[in-house]
Design a protein around this ligand. Structure first.
Ligand SMILES: NC(=O)c1ccc[n+]([C@@H]2O[C@H](COP(=O)([O-])OP(=O)(O)OC[C@H]3O[C@@H](n4cnc5c(N)ncnc54)[C@H](O)[C@@H]3O)[C@@H](O)[C@H]2O)c1
Ligand SMILES: O=C(O)[C@H](O)COP(=O)(O)O
Length: 525
């Protein structure tokens, strides 16, 4: 039986579900230090934690460890890179505790606006501070949500009853999607300048650490409120301290560099402080515990999970196929017009790659959207696509077609007057090299996506290749390799030329005009 160590205060449902499944020996102990528990249970296979710090020392103390499940959202307390080096997968349970945090945000806003804590203390002391404790109303105010993920969206929904004006900033959100939530998508400085309340709902990572700095805090309105129920590290505390006194900013805080008793460095600037209680509701604790157990069992049954946060390429998949998916999508994106609005992505994954078809959306999306980070998960990719209004279909495929281990990517993008421009590109890995084997009706290309290349699709006639060669030479560009297949009808040709240097799309478009090629792409792989 696999040993699961739960060294944290987590609803018993996790323990019960795992035990009932018959496959796990669960040790649930929230009163012993994790270090000590690790020493006592070196045969641990899975660790289920909350904000407990999982250091390289803990990981090293558990040589059998295969997976760490974070029953919650933020995993900045787990050394995910070291876990990866040791072959340990790390999962979280996104969204499981989102409502608890959203309600905490509303609680803090209202409690501060009506001086609930002070009023309670002073009334118990026998005072009657009705005059000094004049409050403020939340209704009708402008609220800014930084990070419009699971929590950010729920904060928006919960606050809707207060008739607020809602602004949001999230780099992977489209204006249309924001509008569906009644939010206006703005940039970060604008959000800080315009809002009466600002609530942070982003992860702490290398990009967001110290993000709320003097410049942003300095843009806040006089008397505005900043709520941090995300992570301490995203605020530069000294910068906020400097601005707070000047602008009378209210600061409501749930998170600290360390989850532990003792003095808090933000005590002098925080108007309300909670001991990291965002997820501490009976309901959220149950949801996160159940999700942790369910995800662990799914991980063991299917061998992979969309919730893994520290794996770029799934175990069992040759990394070259991830690169192939990226290159196919990169070329397809240029083919349909890099600036045209993408409407549809369809993937057809064949052969031994099939178990990874769901995951393939990650490198594909990284190729078609600069905003999407390749280290993100498939679930985040699908959410992103939904937000951007892009249809995504992972097609059922039929291996009797003998396509081997191939990936086909179909893209469609809007061009002028609402018409769609489509392309279908297939590729594989052969002899240890990436190969593009088909572009639309041009088959058996076996073209290696590497270096610089130009593509022109034109009506077949003699002399066109020469024309392209001369035009490129006029720009000092040498041709390193040429393919020139015809399509099935024999009517169209595709000129694929590898070039010595990148060819600007402007030059490609000019040559396309000269040879009357409606499809023309210059690309660097
Ligand atoms: N106080 C608590 O108890 C508590 C509970 C749960 C989560 N959290 C914290 O809240 C964070 C958010 O949780 P979630 O469940 O909403 O996660 P989520 O992944 O659903 O949403 C995070 C959002 O932040 C956005 N984002 C990432 N980088 C950004 C940036 N630089 N600027 C603006 N937006 C950015 C992402 O695009 C995403 O939409 C977690 O990472 C965790 O640290 C705290
Ligand atoms: O990221 C999270 O899920 C929250 O910060 C909750 O942390 P906790 O499980 O330690 O309360």
């Amino acid at each position: 039986m696999k040993k699961v160590l739960i060294p944290t205060k987590l609803n018993a449902v996790a323990r019960e579900l795992l035990k009932d499944s018959g496959g796990y020996n669960v040790v649930h102990d929230d009163s012993t230090e994790l270090k000590e528990l690790a020493a006592q249970h070196p045969d641990t296979y899975a660790l289920i934690v909350r904000s407990d710090k999982v250091t390289p020392e803990i990981i090293d103390a558990l040589p059998e460890l295969k997976v760490i499940v974070r029953a919650g959202a933020g995993y900045n307390t787990i050394d995910i890179r070291y876990a990866r080096q040791r072959g340990v997968d790390v999962m979280n349970t996104p969204g499981a505790n989102a409502n608890a945090v959203a309600e905490e945000v509303v609680t803090l806003m209202l409690a501060d606006a009506r001086h609930v804590v002070q009023a309670d203390v002073s009334t118990r002391e026998g005072k009657w501070e009705k005059k000094t404790l004049m409050g403020r109303e939340l209704t009708g105010k402008t609220v800014g949500i930084v990070g419009f993920g699971a929590i950010g969206r729920l904060v928006a929904r919960r606050l809707a009853g207060f008739d607020i004006k809602l602004l949001t900033y999230d780099p992977v959100l489209s204006e249309d999607r924001a509008e569906e939530f009644g939010a206006e998508l703005v940039d970060l400085p604008t959000l800080f300048e315009r809002c009466d309340y600002i609530s942070l709902h982003i992860p702490e990572n290398d990009d967001t650490r110290g993000m709320i700095n003097k410049d942003l805090a300095g843009r806040m309105k006089e008397g505005a409120t900043l709520v941090n129920c995300a992570r301490a590290g995203i605020i530069n505390e000294d910068d906020l301290r400097a601005v707070k006194a000047e602008k009378n900013i209210r600061f409501l805080n749930d998170v600290y560099p360390k989850d532990a008793a003792g003095e808090k460095s933000v005590a002098d600037i925080a108007d309300l402080m909670m001991p990291h209680l965002g997820a501490s509701t009976v309901e959220a604790n149950y949801n996160a515990a159940k999700r942790a157990a369910d995800q662990l069992m799914e991980y063991d049954e299917k061998g992979m999970s969309t919730y893994i946060v520290n794996r770029d390429v799934p175990e069992g998949l040759d990394e070259m196929y991830a690169d192939l998916a990226y290159d196919l999508a990169h070329l397809a994106r240029q083919w349909v017009g890099a600036r045209n609005k993408l409407k549809m992505i369809e993937t057809s994954v064949y052969g031994s790659l099939k178990p990874f078809s769901d995951w393939m959306i990650v490198p594909i999306l990284a190729a078609v959207s600069e905003e999407f980070d390749r280290s993100m998960e498939a679930a985040a990719a699908r959410e992103y696509l939904k937000d951007m209004g892009i249809d995504y279909n992972d097609r059922e495929t039929d291996d009797t077609k003998n396509y081997g281990n191939t990936i086909t990517i179909d893209l469609a993008a809007n061009v002028d007057h609402g018409s769609l421009r489509r392309v279908s590109i297939r590729g594989t890995v052969a002899e240890g090299r990436l190969m593009i084997s088909r572009i639309d009706d041009f088959d058996k290309l076996y073209f290696e996506p590497e270096g610089h290349a130009v593509f022109f699709r034109y009506e077949d006639r003699p002399g066109v290749l020469g024309q392209i060669g001369v035009a490129l030479a006029d720009h000092g560009i040498n041709i390193d390799d040429v393919r020139n297949p015809h399509d099935e009808s024999g009517k169209y040709s595709l000129a694929i030329m590898k070039t010595s240097s990148p060819v600007d799309q402007e030059i490609v478009d000019r040559i396309a005009g000269e040879i009357d090629a409606p499809y023309a792409v210059g690309i660097t792989f």
